[in-house]
Design a protein. Structure first.
Length: 389
């Protein structure tokens, strides 16, 4: 899984690098904002993956379980997809997109990504992680190959279509083994747990991505493209730590419920997640010109300071992710603090948005605020719970 996610991260960088060289800066800014919006609608659906995995972990994948879970997810996703399609016009206007179709592609992405997350969860629940990893690899290969081929004749729309087709190909791979014949009882899932998980995951994504949408909205074409390029470099740093969080979170849940090894579990999670993130950000901070030139050529020359700032912000954000998951593991509302951070960024950028570095400064201020609050709440909670035992 980690190898597949590493390949996906590299493929994502190559995808952005090729298109950043092929498209005009303003067009690349539009592409980056829509791709981020696609991720925005897909990220909350990762909660479906966790829920599906729990469903089949105990009852197995025989009979109609896989079919029942997928059909149940499809009903909800189709309604959400229709709502997203209805809002395509306002979305296109807010992001200054040249075509309504570019925003409309968010609707099928929502449905496909949600079903793919559900199918991957069913597979992970019965231990088929190799197949799940292969869906990441195939999706990346299709997206990269088709995106480069379609970007020249179709521009932004071609690149977006390649992203949708890549996810659809992975969905076909994942659904085939989890759609067995016959019937069977489907274990019910907890709507409350799914809702809480979705809310926390969405808050973390909004916290780390809202600055990109604000930059696209407030900055001119070239500056918005430079911000998207710099943010893409920074956020790629978080890919592998995010994969580790998915492994660390169940351990934190188990430690909290049993009240054993609390301090060690939280400390090891922070180290395993934060160390690679911080090392990655330090490399970019030390060599911004080299990284920027290797990926985007001369398109965004002069953005080195912005790359440094956003890389440092991304690396530090890994700590927020671990602490928010620690709060979620103990059922605390502190896990929702990233929503507060996202709100602070919006308010600050509405008042001050004269340049890309000013927007980055608003993001950094929000990061320090949320990190300080989470460190205080989780440090106190986990130490006090470990004390009596």
């Amino acid at each position: 899984m980690m190898l597949a996610i590493a390949v996906q991260s590299v493929g994502n960088l190559v995808f952005h690098a090729v298109l950043g060289r092929s498209l005009e800066p303003a067009d690349y800014g539009a592409l980056g904002s829509v791709l981020a919006a696609m991720t925005l609608v897909a990220v909350p659906l990762t909660a479906l993956q966790t829920s599906a995995a729990r469903t089949v972990a105990t009852s197995g994948l025989s009979g109609g379980t896989g079919r029942g879970v997928l059909v149940g997810s499809a009903r909800t996703l189709l309604l959400l997809g229709a709502l997203t399609l209805a809002l395509a016009g306002p979305i296109a206007g807010f992001l200054h997109l040249g075509s309504w179709w570019d925003a409309a592609l968010l609707a099928p992405t929502l449905v496909i990504a949600g079903l793919l997350a559900t199918a991957r969860g069913l597979l992970l629940g019965v231990g088929r992680s190799a197949l799940v990893a292969s869906t990441y690899l195939v999706s990346t290969a299709v997206r990269l190959g088709l995106g480069i081929a379609l970007a020249v004749p179709l521009g932004v729309t071609g690149a977006l279509l390649a992203t949708v087709v890549g996810e659809l190909t992975a969905l076909v791979m994942a659904v085939r083994p989890v759609w067995p014949a016959g019937s069977g009882h489907t274990q019910s899932r907890s709507p409350g747990d799914l809702a809480r998980t979705t809310l926390v995951v969405t808050g973390l994504f909004a916290f780390t991505t809202v600055d990109l949408f604000l930059a696209r909205h407030f900055l001119a074409g070239y500056e918005s493209g430079a911000y998207v390029a710099s943010a893409t470099i920074g956020k790629t740093i978080l890919a592998l730590p995010a994969a580790v969080v998915s492994v660390a979170y169940p351990r934190m849940v188990g430690a909290w419920s049993s009240r054993t090894g609390l301090a060690g579990t939280l400390r090891s999670a922070l180290l395993v997640v934060a160390v690679p993130a911080m090392l990655g950000s330090l490399v970019v901070v030390a060599l911004p010109q080299l990284v920027l030139g290797a990926l985007y050529g001369e398109s965004f020359t002069g953005s080195e300071d912005l790359v440094r700032a956003l890389a440092a912000i991304a690396g530090t954000s890994a700590l927020v992710s671990v602490l928010a998951h620690a709060a979620m593991a103990r059922g605390s509302r502190a896990a929702l603090l990233p929503w507060v951070g996202a709100g602070v960024q919006v308010i600050a950028c509405m008042a001050w948005h004269s340049s890309a570095l000013v927007i980055a400064a608003a993001s950094a201020t929000s990061l320090l605020l949320v990190l300080g609050c989470l460190a205080a709440t989780e440090g106190r909670a986990w130490r006090s719970a470990a004390g009596p035992s």
